[in-house]
Write a protein that binds this ligand. Structure first.
Ligand code: GRF
Length: 202
């Protein structure tokens, strides 16, 4: 299975995917930011990578579409990609785009999830991988991972604890899709032989 990964920064989730590549290969990395660490990661692994100026979304999405038409990926992974894709773009790649988000969706879509969890005095936090639809951090949730929030935690400590679990979550989830344990049939997401009722836990 071929995948294209969209990033906006550090690219640690990208690196986790590249280190694994079990049943899938990353064929291209796209970013809306220049000079990011994630491009160094792509270079290190010899993966073609493209910067796209995202100032005007329609233009940017047209360029992204050209690359995707060329690459014909089976799956598009948003791994720390900070732009919102248009409904039109998402529709073009229906059921083919997944995103990793640092919260237990549907709670805390959007930014600053760690701080918002602390502000609400939650005892549990986590990350989700979901199929992307035309709403922000929305769409069928595929898998989740959880961490405990301790009294001494800060937004930084939560981010540090969670990122390691995110890597495993993303790699395992992409692996399940690559190995066809997770697949769409008639608009329903199946896991092995049954519709997926609740998120897989990693
Ligand atoms: C991750 O926390 C991811 O969940 C969020 O942005 C961060 C990206 O980190 N969407 P990295 O670029 O993969 O290191």
């Amino acid at each position: 299975m071929n995948i294209v990964v969209f990033i906006s920064g550090r690219g640690s989730n990208l690196k986790a995917l590249l280190k694994d590549q079990n049943g899938y290969q990353v064929t291209h990395v796209i970013s809306d930011k220049r000079g990011i660490k994630g491009f160094d990661v792509a270079k290190q692994f010899g993966i073609p990578h493209s910067y796209i100026n995202w100032k005007e979304r329609p233009k940017a999405e047209a360029i992204a579409t050209e690359i995707l038409t060329e690459e014909q990926p089976d799956l598009i992974v948003l791994a720390g990609f900070m732009k919102v894709l248009s409904a039109n773009f998402v529709e073009k790649f229906h059921h083919q785009i997944i995103n990793i988000h640092p919260s237990l969706l549907p709670d805390y879509p959007g930014l600053n999830t760690h701080q918002r969890v602390l502000n609400d005095r939650k005892t549990e936090h986590g990350a989700s991988v979901h199929f992307v639809d035309n709403q922000l951090d929305h769409g069928q949730i595929i898998s989740q991972t959880r961490i405990a929030v301790e009294t001494h935690d800060t937004a930084e400590s939560l981010a540090t604890k969670l990122i390691l679990k995110e890597h495993k979550l993303l790699v395992q989830t992409v692996g399940q899709i690559a190995n066809k344990y997770l697949f769409w049939r008639d608009n329903t997401l199946f896991y092995i032989d049954k519709p997926l009722q609740k998120p897989l836990v990693y």
